[in-house]
Design a protein. Structure first.
Length: 494
């Protein structure tokens, strides 16, 4: 190109062909050729015929069988090939590059309104309160209008995927007939090379309830669902990168604001915002069917401990004490929240799940009240016992109670109960006399009173009636043996 430009320039200046050839070190014929052609010169690579081209079909057949380069070279030598092994390797690399280019070829497909939606998720480490928390961003996109829905979870189960899709359908007010998804195990169990797909049963149940046709993209070809793949880069760079939040609730609010702004932003290829295009597409969406929520909710049984806690992921959560030792059902929402239901399906309580292991057992809100009631009841019983002791034995009883309080300590009420029990055997006056005697000697123990009572002769309790004078109705308590005799007819039969 340089020589062509110089020849043109020198010739315009009036320099002769001979002098131009001498100045540039080219032949005069070259100068004449360049002067005759008004167009700049173009480089044309020389085409060589490769010796291996005649074996192309055989090499491709051997590649299909999985042969390596040395095996292919050996087979070709037997067929008359005289080239080197390195030539075979270069030829194989060129074939692989051509095949890769064919596979990478992509065509853009625009679907009609209400025909398709796409779903995927992205993993990200988010600083929450100064600590890194792994979150999963869920995205659902309507392929025609590019209207987007975002939510996030701390786990990535089939239940999380289904919940995100259900919330997206509610957000759109309808749904498309086809759902393009990736091959995650939460949705796809097996995707063979021939295109045969085995879907997860729980995911299939969701699709059946809504009448959605699932479509798993080809393995290792994410561009099949490019309408949901590409926006993740925008989410990552415009929201997630450098973001730090104090709590997950704050992040949920930020994600919602980002979603609204993104749906208002004009699409770079379509020239209009998703919100504007959605106004045209929403009339084509399928109506949301009436689906029993229990068919979509994944619940697990839990046994409530006798102190009112249920366990999840190594952490304890308090539930009402009336459910102690009973079975309840828990529903985990996005790995962030837990709902607790009783056997009848009634919501009992709900909790934000702990992001880390608990340092200790959390305080049960009912324990303090129950303990207070118990203490009040115990105090009331003890006060009643002390009051009965004083009312029975008067001032000596009060003085003896004070002495017991000083010496017996925690066993005070046991001593009072035992002394009051002596009334079943001894007269109250005798017990009071024993108490007064113990006061004199300073002995405050129920056994001291018992020994003093045992020294006195116990007078049998007098009866209020004379058993000999009791008029009992006549009752025949003996029976004549003749009543056991058999009739003659019965004897004859036997």
């Amino acid at each position: 190109m340089y020589k062509w430009q110089r020849i043109k320039a020198l010739h315009t200046q009036g320099v002769s062909i001979r002098k131009i050839a001498r100045m540039l070190g080219v032949s005069r014929n070259t100068v004449r050729k360049y002067l005759k052609d008004a167009n700049p010169p173009q480089f044309k690579a020389r085409e060589y015929e490769k010796q291996l081209d005649q074996y192309r079909e055989e090499i491709q057949a051997m590649l299909a069988k999985g042969y390596i380069g040395t095996r292919i070279h050996k087979e070709l030598v037997q067929k008359g090939y005289q080239g080197s092994l390195s030539s075979v390797h270069r030829f194989l690399r060129a074939l692989k590059e051509d095949d890769k280019a064919v596979k990478s070829a992509t065509t853009r497909v625009e679907t009609g309104p209400g025909r398709q939606m796409q779903y995927d998720w992205k993993e990200w480490l988010l600083p929450v309160g100064g600590k890194l928390v792994k979150i999963y961003i869920h995205e659902v996109v309507l392929s025609c209008s590019r209207m987007k829905f975002y939510t996030f979870s701390l786990s990535i189960t089939t239940a999380d995927v289904i919940r995100a899709l259900v919330e997206a359908i509610d957000f759109f007010g309808g749904y498309a007939l086809e759902l393009v998804i990736d091959n995650g195990k939460q949705m796809v169990i097996l995707h063979q090379k021939d295109g045969i797909v085995r879907y997860n049963d729980e995911f299939l149940k969701f699709c059946g309830l809504y009448g959605i046709q699932p479509s798993a993209c080809k393995n290792y070809r994410p561009r099949t669902k490019g309408k949901v793949e590409r926006p993740f880069y925008y989410v990552q760079e415009q929201l997630l990168r450098g973001l730090e939040v104090a709590s997950l609730n704050e992040f949920a609010a930020r994600l919602g604001e980002f979603q609204d702004e993104y749906n208002k932003r004009p699409h770079s290829k379509l020239g209009r915002s998703p919100e504007q295009m959605f106004e045209e597409e929403k009339a084509h969406l399928l109506k949301i069917p009436s689906v029993e929520p229990a068919l979509l909710q994944c619940k697990e049984p839990r046994q409530v401990s006798n102190d009112g806690y249920i366990s999840h992921d190594g952490n304890l959560y308090p539930v009402p004490m009336r459910y102690c030792t009973k079975r309840v059902w828990i529903e985990i929402i996005y790995g962030r929240r837990m709902k607790v239901y009783d056997e009848a399906g009634t919501l009992v309580d709900e909790f934000d799940l702990y992001l880390e292991k608990q340092a200790g057992r959390p305080v049960h809100p009912e324990h303090e009240s129950i303990n207070r009631q118990y203490q009040e009841k115990k105090t009331k019983v003890r006060s009643a016992l002390a009051g009965k002791f004083i009312s029975t034995f008067g001032q000596p009883g009060r003085m003896y109670l004070e002495g017991l309080r000083r010496q017996a300590g925690a066993n005070l009420y046991w001593h009072l109960s035992e002394i009051l029990g002596y009334q079943n055997i001894y007269a109250t006056e005798d017990i009071m006399a024993a108490i007064e005697e113990c006061l004199k000697i300073g002995s405050y123990h129920k056994n001291s009173i018992k020994r003093l009572l045992e020294k006195n002769e116990v007078v049998p309790l007098s009866l209020d009636y004379d058993p000999a004078k009791i008029d009992l109705p006549p009752v025949q308590i003996k029976r004549d043996l003749s009543c056991y005799a058999l009739d003659e007819s019965e004897v004859a039969i036997s």
